[in-house]
Design a protein around this ligand. Sequence first.
Ligand code: ATP
Ligand code: MG
Length: 502
Amino acid sequence: MQEQLSLLNRISDELNADLHPDRMLRRVLDLTVAHLNATTGSVMLLDQQNRVIASILQQEDLSRERAVSIVGNILTDGFAGWVLKNGRGDVIHDTRLDERWLVYDNQPYDVRSVIGTPLRRRQRIIGVLTLVQDEPNQFKEADLPLLEAIAGQAAIALENAQLFRQTEQERIKLSAIINGTQDAVLVTNSANETLLLNPAAREILGLKREPAPNQPLIELTDNTELLKILSPNSPSSGEIPLPDGRTMWANVVEIPEMGQVTVLQDISAFKALDQLKRDFVTAFTHDLRTPLATVKGYIELVRMDGPITTRQEEDLDGMTRAANLMKSLIEDLLELSRLERLEELKVEDVDFESIVISSIGSLRPLATSKEIDLIMDRADDSLFIQGNSVLLTRAVSNLVDNAIKYTPSGGRVSINLARNDHDQAVVSVTDNGPGLSAKDLPRVFEKFYRARSEVDDTPGTGLGLAIVKTIAEQHGGQVWVESQPEKGSTFTLAIPIVENGI
Ligand code: ATP
Ligand code: MG
């Protein structure tokens, strides 16, 4: 008993010392063969379909092909096949009297006694452990429990080795991906110490070599934007300018109990393209203004030169309308490109309610002329925000203007002002107009997008909501729409509130 326990202990040590399955099983076989006084032994491992995936023979005087052919056959026809089928171990006291033992031509050793047991893992037999002796009656049924215990340990160790190998392979794969990617990957813990920097990240930070483990990020870079985005309570993405003129887009993902993973993508090409587009729009629209003014001037001249017929008068009116539409398109475009240059935003403390009141005031005549009921619900709280009052008035006016413009005569537009749970001042403009179809809904904030039915009837450039969206984002807020066809729409603009505002 004592001896068996010490054998099991030694086997357990062997199994834990090596994660290479072949070597591990061979050592187990050596110890077991010696302990049970066997001539030799083998372990066969099986896949899900019970095909032999590996066979380890203690005695190595067989060629590999020969060994595989013997164990392969034994498994399906012979004793190991029996163990597999019956799911339990057994002893053959004399192979000559037991038909489960198959004898092959050129069998390299004479086998008379055999003991075998399955290797089991989670209800499945993953292999068979067999010991043989060249004399009959060498193994006893009483040896089976020990062999089963050894097989049990070997099966656990095999699974561990397999899991370890899988994890190791995953780790290698992942590290190849991280190291090979063009994007810079930076992993930091909650104290902003670096846990991992891929080569692209080292290049961005200008590091010649790998930093020391857990080196604080502040020692590796003085890029204030990068340090800012990795500090607590900062936005999770943003632009990071590099000293060499490149611009990166950083995305920070919090990983619980670890820290954060930051991925930096080079967006310099997009920035350059965007700048090109803006310069083009500005130059183009600017140059269009002069000939347009000339056209309008000539229309007036024709009128003054008169006399003109009623028909000609109508034609001139049509030309004036078209020229005015073009003028407002140019102005909207110019405004949008001005707005997109963030740094120009001048902010002050403003009372959101007075902005809404003045926007409504200037549009009331339009509502009255269309016989639309224009109602406003005031907020209970004071709503001070930091922003640009001219732009905010423009944004609110655009929403109210749309509501009046698209709602048929006799309709109703109500404006609600409130503070929401996210400390935002929120204005919602609800109308009982035509609403928006599911197809139009996601696109109305795009530049130049107009719902199909609007294109012919109502004048407009399709830039109003794009301007509202840009203004909202510049104020750290959002704008969104909820709408049902034929029932109406609610456009909502939310801007963060500044506490302690005047
Ligand atoms: P403008 O640049 O003169 O404002 P526009 O009103 O067509 O032109 P947007 O304000 O951007 O442009 O609106 C885009 C489209 O969204 C509109 O053409 C219209 O189809 C739809 N839309 C906007 N507001 C409403 C509303 N309250 N009800 C129904 N449709 C609306
Ligand atoms: Mg509009």
